[in-house]
Write a protein that binds this ligand. Structure first.
Ligand SMILES: *[C@@H]1O[C@H](CO)[C@@H](O)[C@H](O)[C@H]1NC(C)=O
Ligand SMILES: *[C@@H]1O[C@H](CO)[C@@H](O)[C@H](O)[C@H]1NC(C)=O
Ligand SMILES: *[C@@H]1O[C@H](CO)[C@@H](O)[C@H](O)[C@H]1NC(C)=O
Ligand SMILES: *[C@@H]1O[C@H](CO)[C@@H](O)[C@H](O)[C@H]1NC(C)=O
Ligand SMILES: *[C@@H]1O[C@H](CO)[C@@H](O)[C@H](O)[C@H]1NC(C)=O
Ligand SMILES: *[C@@H]1O[C@H](CO)[C@@H](O)[C@H](O)[C@H]1NC(C)=O
Ligand SMILES: *[C@@H]1O[C@H](CO)[C@@H](O)[C@H](O)[C@H]1NC(C)=O
Ligand SMILES: *[C@@H]1O[C@H](CO)[C@@H](O)[C@H](O)[C@H]1NC(C)=O
Ligand SMILES: *[C@@H]1O[C@H](CO)[C@@H](O)[C@H](O)[C@H]1NC(C)=O
Ligand SMILES: *[C@@H]1O[C@H](CO)[C@@H](O)[C@H](O)[C@H]1NC(C)=O
Ligand SMILES: *[C@@H]1O[C@H](CO)[C@@H](O)[C@H](O)[C@H]1NC(C)=O
Ligand SMILES: *[C@@H]1O[C@H](CO)[C@@H](O)[C@H](O)[C@H]1NC(C)=O
Length: 820
């Protein structure tokens, strides 16, 4: 049976999964079946079959850990093997059951990207978008490390972060804020630094959601309310991505994650070229395990498994949370002892009847246990905090089928002194967009007015963030949120600061409807405020895309109302990301501050910026267009047909996402990617570019694959340097950014410029520092779809250094090929 299966798989990309065990159905086949009622003639209509699934080798430094993992697997029964790869109800959001016989404590997997979510007495850090906006590698590492410390102290072996999918193809996507930037290079640095930080703290990271998970609408199939838990009415959206775009945009940050030796990947809900993310052999076996040499394991997103053997053969290694069907129905059925699952007991059956090779199951477990040993999780790892079990509504204790060893202190306070870091990180991710006539920093104003429902305490409970009307927003919703133990609101922090300055009054109005519809002169005390601070917010959450790019709660009208009467109106947004700012040119709006999702110290982070204790240094990790309709690539939110497979998202814009699109089509924007003001100014001089080896070849030298791919792709080939000076009056961080324009010999569709380096440097007034950027081979290459290789094009590259994607301060031409 196994041989027949392999022959089938090798022979065609059009095999059906029908014959496979474990619940696979024809509609979960490896290829997109053309629905009869639509005519789609397109280059992408199938996902190539790539089999068999590569075995882990431990390459890149995990060789010893792999050996220990193999010794562990050798002691397991087939039944134990089946449950090592299949989740069970338990104290954590994802659980691999303990095996007391072997002193294996089980694995505890917890959300998420800005906090350990299902936990008490844990910190809420700044969101990914804030970390991206900081353009600060050290901060990204430090944030990852601090989060890792909290996960570990709570007994979580795996932190379900960081996020590079969605990348930000569309500003409307509901989860962009969990990730960092609408640019693969910046997102790749964020992935690498967060993973290194998390794993240096002893916790496995999980690069997610792999791949093409660029919208929330129809991310899952629609389940038949009248059917069983696996009966569906329509398949999930399919992200149809061509090979070059895959490599140069969406795969790029995940390659950095593999290069950083991330322990795990999470395959996504959406289909890719018609085939579900967790059973797409091209994405899992081909791109991830072969090309990128990934040595860890692939877990499913929660409920993203739609088949047993078909998924396993395609490269999925762990089923989460276990069980069948849609998120939320995972624990509906009841089998004594264990949960029914596409994996679990079906693996035992499939191995025993010969339809699944036991060696593949062994490799799944080797991949799971190698990072466990590599990170030393077999030694002195804290037990799961018993409070986790009480807080876990996803698999309540009543659903557990096996005992968990919940010893050790309960409700551990794991926050340490992380609040100090969070305050710093929140300020670092805050972007100053407009500052007229030195409106900021504030100079100890004595009469301050604060407006907007984002200013003050949440009134419906602060512990979990929700899209409530009243209350400041420090994070988005869904599995990526955190449980606040406290929050410093902007109003509280402004009042505290005003008191220190002996201010006379801080007057405030929190009702947006009232402010928008009232002449504010009738609200304010007759003594005019010196400054009016308007606090706006924009919600976003998992499982829903944003309906609008405007600020929420009629915030635009709030600004108009305040600015019509107050000639020093400072607007602050707490937001998931892109907001169009139609009032940005208003003469009375003197400053605009994009504070993103800063975490629990929100008010302090903001006051540090407003009063100049921290010089703003954040830069946009996306583009703010003049108008929401200027953006391309909107999510697919509706289809006109009713065919089972008809939800399609064609990534026809190819490489042109965010600034790559606006630049290619010469479209004016409000604030471009990379933009951000400081309270000082910077000068750029002496741009130089030197090759680091002689005779640079167009193609990389073939070498055995290491995590991240061919190691030659990561070899430095060019050094670019520039002298940056602080030309203003106060100390501050410059963020020099390196953009590359490829020579005209590069294939059509190459964007005019692409980020390929950045640094963050602290400069005293009049101080000059030389900043170097090392360009790796991959940075100066494009993905050649015929050669299936990264290629350095011949001709002159344009090397551009500046302080945003459109403020280029120094530029020069360079021939990379055959330099010297
Ligand atoms: C083998 O077991 C699997 C899992 O239960 C089942 O789906 C499949 O039909 C079985 N195949 C054969 C040939 O019995
Ligand atoms: C095997 O998977 C099927 C779904 O295809 C499910 O109905 C069945 O309960 C599973 N069996 C076990 C033992 O988990
Ligand atoms: C998607 O389809 C394109 C066009 O056929 C192909 O080049 C690419 O390799 C496919 N990718 C995946 C992951 O299936
Ligand atoms: C994986 O290793 C097993 C031996 O443990 C071997 O039988 C199998 O062919 C290997 N698979 C691949 C894809 O190399
Ligand atoms: C489910 O059953 C109800 C009651 O028979 C029916 O009204 C409804 O249309 C059914 N829904 C679907 C999606 O078939
Ligand atoms: C439970 O965990 C504690 C702490 O690791 C350990 O000392 C104890 O032996 C474990 N108990 C069982 C039954 O496994
Ligand atoms: C907010 O103001 C509007 C308009 O004045 C009013 O109708 C509404 O009741 C107010 N909301 C609260 C919570 O006071
Ligand atoms: C700006 O504010 C002043 C009050 O200081 C007001 O008279 C003026 O109309 C405002 N400008 C606009 C465009 O609303
Ligand atoms: C702004 O308004 C204040 C009073 O509200 C006034 O004293 C000041 O001159 C105005 N500034 C400008 C530039 O109009
Ligand atoms: C944005 O574009 C739409 C459609 O072109 C247009 O109706 C609207 O007026 C524009 N808004 C602004 C503020 O320019
Ligand atoms: C549905 O059809 C209408 C009328 O042909 C068209 O205007 C609209 O764009 C279509 N919508 C989608 C999502 O295809
Ligand atoms: C910076 O240099 C200028 C020109 O040499 C000088 O006037 C100024 O005092 C210097 N500023 C500081 C802070 O040293």
């Amino acid at each position: 049976m196994a041989t027949l299966l392999s022959a089938l798989l090798a022979s065609s990309a059009l095999v059906s999964a029908q014959d496979f065990s474990g619940g696979a159905r024809s509609e979960d086949a490896f290829s997109y079946v053309q629905p009869l009622d639509t005519v789609i003639l397109d280059e992408y209509n199938s996902s190539p079959a790539v089999y068999p699934s590569p075995n882990a080798t431990g390459a890149g430094g995990w060789e010893d850990a792999l050996q220990r993992a193999k010794e562990f697997v050798a002691q397991l029964t087939v039944d134990e093997k089946s449950y090592m790869v299949s989740g069970q109800p338990g104290p954590c959001v994802g659980n691999i059951a303990p095996i007391p016989r072997l002193d294996f404590p089980g694995l505890c997997l917890h959300d998420g990207p800005l906090a350990i979510r299902v936990a008490d007495y844990a910190s809420v850090f700044s969101a990914g978008v804030s970390a991206g906006a900081s353009w600060d590698k050290e901060l990204m590492y430090e944030r990852g490390y601090a989060m890792g410390e909290e996960f570990r102290a709570k007994g979580a072996h795996v932190a379900l972060q960081p996020v590079a999918g969605p990348l930000g193809r569309s500003g409307y996507a509901g989860r962009n804020w969990e990730g960092s930037a609408a640019d693969p290079y910046l997102a790749g640095v964020f992935m690498k630094e967060t993973i290194l930080g998390t794993q240096d703290a002893g916790v496995q990271a999980c690069a997610k959601h792999y791949i093409g998970n660029e919208q929330e609408t129809q991310r899952n199939p629609v389940f038949d309310p009248n059917g069983t838990t696996t009966d569906t009415i329509s398949a999930a959206i399919s992200s149809n991505i061509d090979d070059r775009t895959m490599h140069e945009i969406y795969l790029w940050p995940f390659a950095d994650a593999a290069h950083a030796k991330v322990a795990s990947f999470m395959c996504s809900y959406t289909r890719i070229n018609g085939s579900y993310g967790c059973q797409n052999s091209k994405a899992l076996n081909g791109l991830l395990k072969e090309e990128l040499g990934f040595q860890g394991y692939v877990m499913s997103d929660w409920g993203a498994t739609h088949a047993g053997v078909a998924s396993i053969e395609a490269g999925q290694d762990m089923d989460m949370p276990g069980g069948l069907g849609a998120y939320g129905t995972a624990f509906a059925a009841d089998i004594p002892g264990r949960m029914p699952s596409f994996f679990g007991g079906n693996i035992t059956l499939a191995v025993n009847n010969g339809s699944l090779a036991e060696s593949r199951v062994d490799d799944m477990i080797v991949r799971i246990m190698t990072p466990f040993y590599a990170l030393g999780q077999d030694k002195d790892f804290p037990t799961v905090d018993p409070s986790s079990a009480e807080l876990n509504t996803f698999s309540p204790i009543s659903t557990w089928k096996i005992d968990w060893n919940l010893t050790g202190p309960s409700s551990r306070d794991v926050r340490g002194d992380h609040a100090k870091l969070i305050r710093k990180h929140g300020a670092a991710g805050t972007v100053l967009l407009k500052n007229v006539d030195g409106a900021l920093p504030l100079k100890a104003p004595k009469n301050i007015a604060v407006f907007g429902n984002d200013a003050a305490e949440p009134t419906k409970g602060q512990l979990n963030q929700q899209n409530f009307e009243y209350g400041t927003l420090v994070a988005g919703g869904g599995s990526g949120t955190g449980q606040l133990t406290y929050v410093v609101t902007p109003l509280r922090a402004i009042q505290d600061r005003a008191k220190k300055d002996n201010a006379k009054i801080v007057q405030y109005w929190l009702n947006n409807t009232l402010i928008a519809n009232t002449d504010i002169d009738t609200l304010l005390i007759p003594d005019r405020p010196e400054v009016c601070i308007v606090m706006l917010k924009t919600w976003a959450e998992e499982a829903a895309d944003r309906a609008s790019l405007h600020v929420d709660w009629n915030g635009d009208a709030v600004v108009e109302s305040v600015a019509s009467k107050c000639n020093n109106t400072i607007v602050v947004t707490h937001s998931s990301g892109i907001n169009v700012l139609p009032w940005a040119d208003h003469e009375n709006v003197t400053a605009i501050v994009a504070a993103h999702f800063p975490g629990e110290e929100s008010g302090n982070s903001l006051v540090d910026i407003l009063y100049g204790d921290v010089n703003p240094s954040g830069h946009l990790p996306y583009t703010i267009a003049l108008n929401g309709t200027d953006y391309n690539a909107p999510p697919t939110t509706a289809i006109n047909t009713t065919g089972y497979y008809d939800w399609q998202s064609w990534f026809d814009e190819k490489l042109e996402i965010d600034y790559r699109y606006f630049d290619a089509h010469n479209i004016s924007v409000r604030y471009e990617f990379g933009f951000g003001l400081s309270y000082t100014t910077f000068g750029y001089a002496s741009l130089a570019a030197e090759p680091l080896s002689s005779n640079i070849s167009a193609l990389p030298t073939p070498q055995p694959v290491q995590p991240g791919g061919n190691p030659d792709l990561f070899a430095p080939v060019y050094n670019v340097s520039v002298a940056v000076s602080n030309t203003g009056k106060v100390a501050g961080h410059a963020v020099p950014q390196l953009y590359l324009g490829l020579p005209s010999s590069a294939p059509a569709g190459t964007p005019p410029k692409q980020l390929r380096g950045f640094e963050k440097v602290w400069l005293q007034p009049n101080e000059t520092k030389t900043v170097s950027f090392q360009l790796m081979r991959r940075d100066v290459s494009y993905w050649d779809i015929v050669q299936q290789e990264w290629v350095i094009p011949s001709g002159e590259f344009s090397v551009m250094v500046g302080e945003s994607s459109r403020i280029i301060k120094a530029q020069k031409g360079v021939n990379v090929l055959g330099s010297y």
